[in-house]
Design a protein around this ligand. Structure first.
Ligand code: GTP
Length: 256
């Protein structure tokens, strides 16, 4: 869902000593407020009503806001400190995806596909009170894989609404097994009741993204996000050899 009034920048208090910060939708290619080469782009995906917006809002504001307008896919920006380094974090909220009977098994708006392509890391959310939302995760992950076919995809799986234990339809071990099969970690969280769990989940994903960046000195990997960067040749050596060849050619030309 969309945070009410999020069409204009809103200043919100971070609370708990984190100071004030902007909770503001930003353009897809932000020019301001960006730490060069250290931008982590995260997209939050899942079925309807699982708490995608609530989780993002909880992470950014430490608050739970019960009611939201229908989600149109807001983009939020914040600076975070990871291992002592400042990182620009962008979080894309998305409209819900839904299971359907076609061969790919998933209804996904084009806007969501663009977000999947754009992102570096993925928060896949289901509600522990809704087994259908859990069933959406595997096809959703396959869909992400189709868009990013190669290599490692930084992903976490979040089973939200853990405060509603009596309504639980998905046991924790099912979440853990599924997360392991996707190559990610499972977090059970409650956007309603607990900030720490939500915070830990998002930070873990940020760390995973930074780790995935590691091999490429933090450079953005566009169009080949998860491809290993080819080793660059030793440019000094190449230049030296090039000069050698040139000077030998010049010599032979002058001796003729
Ligand atoms: N009990 C409980 N309710 C929650 C929790 N998280 C979200 N909700 C409620 O679940 C409903 C859906 O939350 P949203 O954050 O709008 O869910 P969404 O996944 O963004 O929904 P869509 O816009 O349909 O994609 C709202 O009524 C929230 O107040 C939670 O951790 N516990």
């Amino acid at each position: 869902m969309r945070l009410a009034g999020d069409s204009a920048p809103v200043t919100m208090s971070g609370g708990g000593g984190s100071g004030n910060f902007l909770l503001v939708p930003i353009p897809e290619f932000p020019l301001l407020d960006c730490v060069p080469n250290k931008t982590v782009k995260i997209v939050v995906l899942g079925a309807s009503n699982v708490g995608k917006t609530a989780l993002i809002v909880r992470f950014l504001t430490k608050r739970f806001i019960g009611d939201y307008e229908a989600n149109t896919g807001a983009l939020y920006s914040r600076k975070v400190t990871l291992d002592g380094e400042e990182v620009s974090l962008q979080i894309q909220d998305t409209p819900c995806v839904a299971l359907q009977d076609d061969p790919e098994g998933l209804y996904c708006q084009e806007q969501i596909n663009r977000s999947i392509y754009w992102a570096d890391g993925y928060v896949l959310v289901f509600s522990i009170t809704d087994h259908n939302s859990y069933r959406t995760i595997q096809p959703l992950y396959q869909h992400v894989r189709r868009i990013h076919p190669s290599g490692n995809i930084p992903v976490i799986l979040v089973g939200n609404k853990s405060d509603l234990l009596r309504a639980r339809q998905v046991p924790a071990d099912e979440g853990e097994t599924l997360a392991a099969s996707l190559g990610g970690v499972y977090f059970e969280a409650s956007a309603r009741e607990n900030h720490e769990g939500v915070h830990a989940a998002f930070l873990h994903l940020c760390q995973e993204v930074i780790r995935a960046f590691g091999g490429s000195n933090g450079e953005k990997r566009r169009g080949g996000l998860h491809l290993a960067r080819p080793k660059s040749p030793n440019m000094q050596e190449l230049k030296r050899r090039f000069r050698q060849v040139l000077s030998s050619k010049v010599k032979s030309a002058t001796t003729i």
